[in-house]
Ligand binder design. Structure first.
Ligand SMILES: CC(C)(COP(=O)(O)OP(=O)(O)OC[C@H]1O[C@@H](n2cnc3c(N)ncnc32)[C@H](O)[C@@H]1OP(=O)(O)O)[C@@H](O)C(=O)NCCC(=O)NCCS
Length: 171
């Protein structure tokens, strides 16, 4: 199959995309965290994101209308200069083809137009691919009290025993 991203369609999501986004959350992470990890990811992207955050989110479809990637992001309500990327996933068949970069660049352009100058996001320290990807996209990792093989992480960030690697990028 082709992995030429010029064949893909990038559009804003609608609520109808919810089941396919949930499928991606289940199957696109290479089994990270097993069934519990998949359930945790699905619960982190409930339907409300495809009801109330579509204007700053994206889905990507191939020529046959199959979902191959999604990005859920938003303009911060409380921090007038910031935007936030909550979740991103790319079908493994398309990973490494530039889809992630294309979605992020679209997001950066959209939030810059909305007056935002900083983007934040985070990941779990076990997701080394995500850390490498975000660094490559120009995010720096915030200092943290934990060290996971050279990656700083903030302990208990999302609750007890849930450290997170915190990314920030100035636009
Ligand atoms: C992480 C993810 C979103 C990246 O999207 P992608 O489409 O595969 O990434 P791209 O092909 O656009 O790569 C963009 C850049 O990051 C680099 N990169 C991507 N994955 C990388 C990895 N695992 N290690 C090192 N560099 C990586 C690429 O080399 C590329 O560099 P370049 O544009 O300067 O040549 C995607 O692989 C994915 O969905 N992974 C599984 C789910 C996940 O971990 N989501 C993020 C968790 S919050």
């Amino acid at each position: 199959m082709t992995t030429d991203i010029s064949q893909l369609t990038f559009r804003l999501p609608t609520e109808d995309d919810f089941p396919r986004v949930q499928y991606g959350l289940t199957h696109w992470w290479g089994g990270l965290g097993g069934d519990a990890g998949a359930q945790q990811r699905r619960l982190l992207v409930p339907r409300l994101f495809l009801q109330h955050f579509c204007l700053t989110s994206q889905v990507v479809e191939d020529g046959e209308g199959r979902l191959v990637a999604f990005l859920v992001g938003f303009l911060s309500q409380d921090r007038a200069d910031e935007a936030y990327i909550h979740f991103v996933g790319v079908d493994p068949e398309w990973q490494g083809s530039g889809v992630g970069r294309a979605m992020y660049e679209r997001f950066f352009a959209a939030v810059r137009t909305a007056g935002r100058t900083r983007v934040r996001c985070l990941t779990g320290p076990a997701n080394r691919a995500s850390v490498a990807y975000h660094r490559r996209l120009g995010f720096r990792v915030e200092p943290g009290a934990l060290d996971f093989d050279g990656i700083p992480a903030t302990p208990d960030y999302d609750g007890e025993g849930l450290p997170r690697v915190l990314f920030v990028k100035e636009l």
